[in-house]
Design a protein around this ligand. Structure first.
Ligand SMILES: [Ca+2]
Length: 142
């Protein structure tokens, strides 16, 4: 009986610990700063949707140019070769929505240099620590 209580309490501590770990603050450029510069932005509607009305499923949006400009692709799960979406070696900025952890890989098949990103706005490659026009695969960790 005592063991059952210990197990229950340990379980509760672990669950609350995981809940806390999931509450990572918005990283990179702040949401307020992104929204403040959106009027007339070529991807204004998409960015507003991502930031103010995100889908229930965590998502990563890759943009062709700095500042969330140019063409884009949106992923809700891993993609081991974004060259097949004609988006290989193009990513210059990224927005992640929802509580999730993603890895940006320089090579396809989740290989080469890797950079973790969580919910946030990354207006250029230096924000995630990688190089411009390098991402070839994207892995969703959680
Ligand atoms: Ca680019």
């Amino acid at each position: 009986m005592k063991m059952a209580w210990v197990t229950l309490i340990l379980g509760l501590v672990m669950v609350s610990g995981f809940a806390k770990a999931a509450e990572i603050p918005f990283q990179g450029e702040s949401k307020a700063d992104i929204l403040a510069n959106l009027d007339g932005h070529p991807n204004e509607d998409l960015i507003r949707e991502l930031l103010t009305n995100p889908a229930a499923t965590p998502e990563i949006a890759l943009f062709e140019h700095d500042g969330y400009q140019g063409g884009s692709i949106r992923l809700t799960q891993s993609d081991m070769n974004i060259h097949q979406r004609s988006f290989g070696d193009k990513t210059s900025s990224v927005i992640v929505t929802g509580s999730s952890v993603w890895v940006l890989w320089n090579d396809s098949n989740f290989q080469g240099s890797q950079y973790n990103v969580v919910e946030g706005g990354y207006p250029k490659a230096s924000y995630w620590g990688g190089g411009n026009d390098k991402v070839s695969s994207v892995q969703k960790l959680t």
